[in-house]
Design a protein. Structure first.
Lengths: 133, 133, 133, 133
């Protein structure tokens, strides 16, 4: 069980979001940031660098946005929908773009893993978004 | 002239956003993150901690969201509106909430400075958002 | 198997660090950042706030240092010992201080989890440090 | 006057570091992160990508390490030398490596600006380190 889940189970106050969906989103965001960060470096090690530029750029964006969102929603409590909603929408957008670009390079194992991480994160953010509505 | 502005002036390719608005937003985001990070620590040094909790939470969110957004838009080029728009909207939302809460404590000089940083950042993000539409 | 480990196994080039130790450190750093971030918020929800201030401060430092270190070592390849060594030493230092402070509050379940995350991260960073020497 | 400096001047408690040196370091770290982040993107826009890979990697490290250090020392108070010293040493190391690499490309204006930001940051971190000893 991830620390995110354990922390939600021991949180000293009530919070008004489903703990399963919240923990799944935090974990998927942190994992996606980890995968895309590593994919940036792997892309930079490829021969055909010119083909990898878009993937590198999108991975960098994905790391930044997913890390920030994991931090914000990982401090749960008192969800401010006006903040959390556009933030999760940013994650959905970047995970979709980054996942699509990684998928174009899915013959490279590191981009296949990046695709998987982005797809899972996009799904987890969408499910949390749906629950917040 | 900030490094952000100098970097835009020497960027090797064209980009389709007004450089003045973009540089102003990057600088305001980085400055807001700097101010809110310091305000977190100053709030934690106050006597009446219970009254400062909401301000601390919002400042933490503001630091995370502004830093990530500055990173993403500071790597300019090829604006993906589906990503940048919700990200800037997240900044507008958190800067407004955080600025309002800081303003409630504006008799504390550090919260007065935090208010100013949030207001300026909210304005710069709105202006960039308007230009992207 | 974490994405960090999968990414190391599919990395397009050689790298001169033991993949088990490296993956364990990246995972422990990311997990520690996740736990300490959540602990910050849990601490802010406690009644006896004045007693939690030091823990909050150290958790904030721990999140920042562990996240940055995970990013740097997660982009592996070409280890620059002059950079990676002091960075890992920073992590050892903050994880020890933060773990000690969390342990003082170990009757609170969220601080018990924070202690565990810090101890595991300190150990993983020490082991990677030893391997780099 | 930067927000970092204003915040130090209005901090509610004493702190045992020279405010000029501390503010100069925070500003130089944030500025260096801003410059190196933009330089990453500019490097990725160059024709001779293979020659830029090392510069991109070092700029990414520089952004991560400088941002984390600015956050930690920007929450000043109660300096834990065992944490702050290796962290500042990490900054000195990465700013020197990154500044040297940027200087090799100093015919590109964006790398000239990156060099300047790294040199200034290295100097400010060294001066703060000296004052902490």
């Amino acid at each position: 069980m991830s620390y995110a889940r354990q922390m939600l189970d021991t949180y000293p106050r009530d919070f008004n979001v489903d703990a399963d969906l919240l923990a799944a989103a935090i974990d998927a965001l942190d994992d996606c940031a980890q995968a895309c960060n590593a994919d940036t470096a792997a892309d930079l090690s490829e021969q055909n660098l010119a083909e990898m530029v878009k993937c590198i750029r999108l991975c960098l964006d994905c790391v930044d946005v997913c890390t920030a969102t994991a931090r914000v929603i990982g401090r749960q409590t008192e969800y401010d929908a006006s903040l959390v909603r556009p933030l999760l929408e940013s994650c959905v957008a970047i995970c979709r773009s980054c996942g699509d670009e990684c998928e174009r390079h899915a013959h490279m194992p590191h981009c296949r893993i990046g695709t998987e991480a982005c797809r899972r994160c996009e799904r987890a953010c969408r499910e949390l978004l749906d629950a917040l509505k």
